[in-house]
Design a protein around this ligand. Structure first.
Ligand code: T1G
Length: 697
């Protein structure tokens, strides 16, 4: 008998129980255990109805992703599910937690499904670069119809039990909490009512209703925009369409063919890496699981500007009261007004109710005095980037905040240790770097100072999870991980334009790679004046700062989207960047001034210079221990800077290209272009000499 799947009988019900923590994934042991238990149930003459139920926190959450790419061991999941469907005794699936992917497909292979009202179901394979490969694309449309099946399968989003009942995906929903008891009660009802086996494969009314519909054309058109660059969403549509054009068995064959195409696509590797990297990043190296975490039940924020307001919303969204302190009432009113507007926009879009708008606004209090921070558990400073001002603020916080309060800075570049030196409790000081818009962007780059305590590190990582952010812990250096690498990419992008490329050529290479936005369109969004002010401050401090054609833009008040003109120009009501010949002229004049003769630059050179400079810097960041693992860097770039998850992140992408190729090109650029940014990383050289990858670290 299998360790992970057991069979026992309770009265007339044969109970098949899966117990394979953490999420009862359909690894080989579970698949073979399911078959053995089914056979036992078939042979058990006293068992009239069979019940499939899971121990632990959830029903089966899918195939075992860790087995992907490894040789497939029999029985395959489709054959397991076919055996359940072909059972001549009714099989009931009892769902709690999340029935996902192969887990939902297994339940769809059973004859009846009952779920707790707290349960969710979904086919999220598309998020892993795949499609449901065990009958989901053939059985789900037979229950839910074409449109809903396409929505669920191309988005990968979960649906709640009540909606699943309305769609016919489950047959009953129960408000109870004991899934075994709920399952047994439902199975007994099936037995008492003598209900027959009911195979989803045989259901055709939903197929008839949608056969020949143009819903497939509509979905493909919609995906052109929504799933730009992605492979598997389009295969999902092909597979579901097969359910409406082919008999069941042939539809299953077509699904398998399309599934294998996705399995072989490099995007699957990138998305599976992103899945696990996101989860691994939450486990900070050297921080044991039992490091105490402090309570965070109240938060203070300094600054009601764009960042402060967005950060406050994250905490109010999960029910944590926030006090925002500003210097002037006017600034406070403006900040609170923008928060309310953002919430009301979400209510207009139906994402939250008006009551939730009021509940969340009620959790956010404005103030003009630091005294209101004396009892808070965590304070986050979100004022503009000036060290002197930040140190003054932390000195004040040190004086007013209670012992044990965590003092955090949302700085995106400045030295956490220097900020902490303004307090007598540097062990309680940490960086919490949110990304704009802070209530939307998933990444929270937590920055440890040299004195930050383990407890504070563990607490801010727990806070990240609680406010539904993807938290990463990185070390303290200028620009931390994300901005430090972005700065290098920005430098190469500027040089490429100085040497002859156009801003739109550079941006197209980056958007073709899969970024949502190019380097220069991003500068226009952030504001050309931001970089200009920093360069001017450095020049006024006597630093030698290279001249830049961007300075000319700022001096002509071309500040980007906010002035409808920057590197690109913008039309009223649109954020689409339009190339502007005036800028081409500014760049041409700048080159003349600098004595630069422009040259033809290929897209490949742009790609290599913009991406390999980042990878070389990423390797230096790993060398210095600013990032503990290459996957931390990948997660920062995927969730903070829009690097396409289907490429797995810049370091994973580098491993796919081959570090030998990367190093060869970096060394060539070092010879040709010079500059610290192209000095090959020692770690990169070491890995190449040892034939290893970033993934091996
Ligand atoms: N396989 C292996 N490990 C898994 C797993 C899976 N399917 N799902 C989760 N884990 C691990 C995860 O790595 C973590 O491990 C722990 O479980 C807890 O996860 C043929 C081919 C279920 C909603 O895509 O969405 O079926 O870090 O931290 O926030 O059609 O995990 O503790 O060592 O995420 O409570 C389709 C993926 C597979 C679901 C729980 N299924 N999982 O979220 O915990 S493809 C999925 C999730 C498929 C068939 C195809 C979430 C969750 P560790 P967690 P959580």
């Amino acid at each position: 008998m299998s360790e992970v799947v057991t069979y026992n009988r309770e009265g007339a019900i044969g109970v098949i129980t899966v117990n394979y923590p953490p999420v009862n994934a359909l690894g080989h042991a579970v698949r073979s255990g399911l078959v053995a238990a089914l056979e036992q149930g078939q042979k058990d003459a006293d068992a009239k109805v069979l019940l499939l139920v899971c121990e632990g926190r959830t029903f089966i959450a899918g195939a075992d992703i860790r087995e992907f790419g490894k040789p497939m061991q029999e029985p395959s999941l489709p054959s397991v599910i076919n055996q359940y469907e072909n059972s001549d005794k009714p099989v009931v699936a009892a769902i709690h937690g999340t029935a996902l992917g192969g887990g939902l497909e297994t339940a769809l292979g059973c004859h009846y499904r009952v779920a707790l009202s707290s349960a969710k179901v979904g086919l999220p394979e598309v998020k892993l670069g795949l499609l449901p490969g065990a009958g989901g694309t053939q059985r789900l449309p037979r229950l839910a119809g074409a449109r809903k099946a396409l929505e669920m399968i191309t988005s990968g989003e979960f649906v709640g039990a009540k909606e699943a009942l309305a769609l016919g995906i489950v047959d009953a929903v129960d408000d109870g909490s004991d899934i075994r008891a709920v399952g047994l009660a439902y199975a007994r009802k099936v037995a008492e009512e003598g209900r027959p086996v009911r195979r989803v494969r045989d259901l055709t009314d939903k197929l008839e209703a949608d056969r020949g519909s143009d819903v497939f054309v509509q979905f493909r058109a919609g995906l052109e925009k929504k799933a730009r660059g992605l492979f598997s969403p389009f295969k999902c549509v092909d597979a579901v369409e097969a359910a409406f054009s082919l008999p069941f068995e042939e539809g299953m064959k077509r699904e398998r063919e399309l599934f294998m195409e996705c399995m072989e696509s490099p995007q699957r590797g990138g998305l599976v890496h992103s899945f696990f990297a996101e989860r691994e990043a939450s486990k900070v190296k050297g921080l044991s699981k039992d490091t105490p975490v402090r309570d965070v039940n109240s938060v203070g924020i300094i600054g009601a500007g764009t960042m402060g307001g967005g950060i406050a919303m994250n905490f109010a969204n999960v029910g944590i009261p926030v006090t925002i302190v500003e210097v002037k009432q006017e600034a406070l009113d403006k900040g609170l007004g923008i928060i309310r507007k953002n919430y009301e926009n979400s209510a207009k879009k139906g994402r939250i109710s008006q009551q939730q708008v009021e509940e969340r606004m009620a959790l956010i209090t404005g103030s003009l005095t630091y005294d209101d921070f004396r009892d808070v558990d965590l304070v986050i400073e979100a004022v503009f980037e000036n060290m002197a001002i930040k140190k003054e603020i932390f000195g004040k916080l040190d004086a007013v905040c209670k012992p044990g309060a965590i003092l955090a800075s949302n700085t995106s570049t400045l030295d956490i240790d220097e900020i902490a030196s303004a307090t007598k409790r540097p062990e309680d000081v940490v960086g919490m770097h949110f990304f704009s818009p802070a209530n939307v962007m998933k990444l929270l780059e937590n920055v440890r100072g040299s004195k930050t305590s383990d407890e504070v590190k563990a607490t801010v990582m727990a806070v990240a999870k609680r406010i539904k952010k993807v938290g990463v812990m990185v070390g303290n250096c200028h620009g931390f991980v994300g901005n430090r690498m972005l700065h290098k990419r920005g430098g190469e992008a500027m040089s490429l334009v100085n040497e002859g490329a156009t801003p739109q050529q550079v941006d197209k290479v980056l958007t073709d790679l899969g970024y949502p936005m190019g380097q220069f369109a991003m500068s226009d969004l952030a504001g050309i004046d931001v970089g200009y002010r920093i360069r001017e401050e450095r020049r006024n401090a006597g630093e030698a700062v290279e001249p830049s054609w961007m300075d000319k833009l700022a001096e002509q008040n071309r500040l980007g989207q906010k002035t409808m003109a920057g590197v690109y120009r913008y039309e009223e009501g649109s954020r689409a960047p339009i190339p502007d010949p005036e800028v081409d002229q500014i760049i041409a004049d700048f080159r003349k001034e600098q004595g630069i003769t422009p040259r033809e630059i290929t897209d490949q050179e742009i790609l290599e210079r913009c991406m390999y400079v980042m990878i070389n810097e990423g390797a230096k960041i790993l060398e210095e221990g600013i990032a503990d693992r290459a996957l931390d860097i990948d997660v920062v770039w995927i969730y903070g800077y829009g690097f396409p998850a289907y490429r797995g992140g810049p370091m994973f992408w580098a491993d796919q290209i081959g570090l030998e190729n990367i190093l060869g090109t970096v060394e060539q650029f070092y010879d040709d272009l010079g500059g610290e940014q192209w000095k090959p990383s020692a770690l990169l050289q070491k890995l190449v000499s040892e034939g290893r990858t970033f993934g091996d670290l």
